[in-house]
Write a protein that binds this ligand. Structure first.
Ligand code: AP5
Ligand code: ZN
Length: 216
């Protein structure tokens, strides 16, 4: 089953994709995580992406699309994937649709998570991310069992460079301008579902699973 989690920065796409992986066994693919790995490893792609990411801008379509499709069409996602952060522009959506069609696949559902801007900013500025495995926590709402340490791999939790209030606001503007136009495409295709991203993490997971016919 191929799924897309779409929505503004901080709405909980990564958190919920990890839950769907646990509940449904669908692998989670985050282009943000992939790009951050490239930046950390100093690859050519990472060097090209870093300045865009620091500003909260999108990385150019050609770079992201090649990186994402390589994974989506590869063996680890052959039985389906929960996409988080890709596609983000109409050109990326076009490329994804035709690549999936080439493997007789299509998006089964596009899950659009929403929350008010003040909630998004609180979630972004309070987020702490595991340096080792990328798992995401929150200072108030989603704390690790041991302060500052990842529950999964025990590595240290750090703040993402683009989670300052200023860059977070810039990312919200970019989302409204460049990603929201995609929603119309999926609405027309009849696969778009609106999900309330407010409430605690479990509440949102229950909504998603109910919608996917997998009542928790
Ligand atoms: P990316 O990493 O994809 O960032 P984003 O879309 O801005 O999304 P976030 O990861 O910030 O938020 P999320 O919705 O996953 O929230 P999370 O679950 O972590 O992209 C980063 C950058 O990479 C982009 O700016 C761009 O430069 C580049 N990029 C990536 N993909 C690209 C593409 N396709 N094209 C071009 N450029 C691309 O939750 C946030 C916080 O809230 C966490 O602390 C979490 O614990 C907490 N939380 C989650 N749910 C709840 C809840 N229900 N209640 C309380 N707290 C909650
Ligand atoms: Zn970890």
């Amino acid at each position: 089953m191929d799924l897309l989690l779409i929505g503004p920065p901080g709405v909980g796409k990564g958190t919920q994709a990890a839950r769907l992986r646990q509940a449904l066994g669908v692998p989670h693919l985050s282009t943000g995580d992939l790009l951050r790995r490239h930046v950390a490893e100093g690859t050519r792609l990472g060097a090209a992406a870093a300045a865009h990411m620091r500003r909260g801008d999108l990385v150019p379509d050609a770079l992201v699309t090649e990186m994402a499709l390589d994974q989506i069409l590869g063996p680890s996602c052959a039985a389906g994937v929960a996409l988080d952060g890709f596609p983000r522009t109409p050109a990326q959506a076009e490329a994804l649709d035709s690549a999936l069609a080439g493997q007789r696949r299509e998006l089964a559902a596009v899950l659009h998570l929403t929350a008010p801007e003040e909630t998004l900013l609180r979630r972004l500025t309070g987020r702490r991310t595991c340096r080792g495995c990328g798992a995401s926590y929150h200072l108030d709402a989603n704390r690790p069992r041991a302060a500052g340490r990842c529950d999964i791999c025990g590595d240290r939790l750090v703040q993402r460079a683009d989670d300052t209030a200023e860059i977070a606001r810039a990312r919200l503007v970019v989302h409204t301008r460049q990603t929201q136009p995609l929603l119309e495409r999926y609405r027309r295709a009849g696969v778009l579902h609106e999900i309330d991203g407010c409430g605690d993490v479990d509440d949102v997971t229950r909504r998603l699973l109910a919608l996917l016919g997998q009542g928790a």
